[in-house]
Write a new protein. Structure first.
Length: 287
């Protein structure tokens, strides 16, 4: 049974508002609806790689610190290697040369390093915010991403969400919370951990907002990475149909292809015949 003064309960109640705000950022709402561009998902994976690299580096440095050691589960939890596999899948063998840490992610990373080096007891807040989320809502995002981006059923590209060494996520989360509650912390330190967890949520939201801005600047794309089906309207610089009229686009625009097909005499004849049959059927039904 949990006590209201247990760290797990304090974190749950103390971060509820931040958690709700994070879930309601535009990036997360779009993601949950399956409206996630592949390029944006790749950038989100890059942000996670830099974040977890910093977090796990500081966790390794503090693995013997009694204020954090009970929460050190490198085999079960660490994500850096899984993220490296995902980045290799998306960017190729030379993925390290193709990625860079964004401004919002760098601020998050800097805070994690500061905490690990100067206030290691606050690492609890960052570990709790990330890993418990990965084992909860993260599993929903895994399914959404796999379906929306048409990723392989063998889970390439979403290794980040796969915890091979945790057989029962619910039981592991219970163990983790029990270890948190057993930490020898005074009331003031617990309050500081809750405050740091809220900061972690804010850093995550800043990354989400940054990704959302990037997403709005990206051109529309089909979820399978192809050109979108559209109606030929819109920004002339972004629309493949208009660009094709200017002689600058590939002939693969679905709208343009459909229009071209409809202009073929044989196709027009077939369409006219279909319309005649439909009109006859409608007249028969009305009579």
């Amino acid at each position: 049974a949990c006590s209201p003064m247990d760290l797990s309960e304090l974190l749950k109640e103390g971060t509820k508002e931040s958690h709700d705000r994070a879930e309601n950022t535009q990036f997360v709402k779009d993601f949950l609806k399956g409206r996630i561009k592949k390029e944006l998902f790749k950038l989100a994976t890059v942000a996670l790689y830099f974040t977890y690299s910093a977090l796990e580096e500081e966790m390794d440095h503090n693995k013997d610190n009694p204020l954090f050691a009970p929460l050190y589960f490198p085999v079960e939890l660490h994500r850096r290697e899984a993220l490296a596999k995902d980045l290799k899948y998306f960017y190729g063998e030379d993925w390290k040369e193709k990625i860079q840490c964004s401004e919002a992610t760098q601020q998050y990373v800097d805070r994690i390093h500061h905490v690990g080096q100067h206030e290691p007891e606050l690492l609890v807040a960052h570990a709790y915010t990330r890993y418990m989320g990965d084992l909860s809502g993260g599993q929903v995002l895994k399914k959404v991403a796999q379906r929306a981006l048409k990723l392989p059923s063998t889970e390439e590209g979403i290794q980040f969400y796969v915890f091979d060494n945790i057989s029962n996520a619910q039981q592991f989360k219970q163990l983790y919370r029990a270890r948190m509650n057993a930490l020898d912390l005074d009331k003031n330190t617990k309050e500081r951990i809750v405050e740091e967890a809220n900061k972690a949520f804010r850093f995550n939201m800043q990354v989400f907002d940054e990704l959302d801005k990037i997403g709005r600047s990206l051109g529309e794309e089909a979820q399978d990475g192809g050109v979108p089906v559209h109606d030929g309207k819109g920004d002339i610089r972004k629309c493949p149909y208009y660009a094709d009229k200017l002689g600058t686009a590939s002939p693969s625009c679905p709208f343009h292809a459909a229009v071209g097909l409809a202009r073929q005499p044989l196709v027009q004849l077939v369409l006219a015949a279909c319309m005649a049959v439909a009109a006859g059927a409608a007249a028969w039904y009305i009579l």
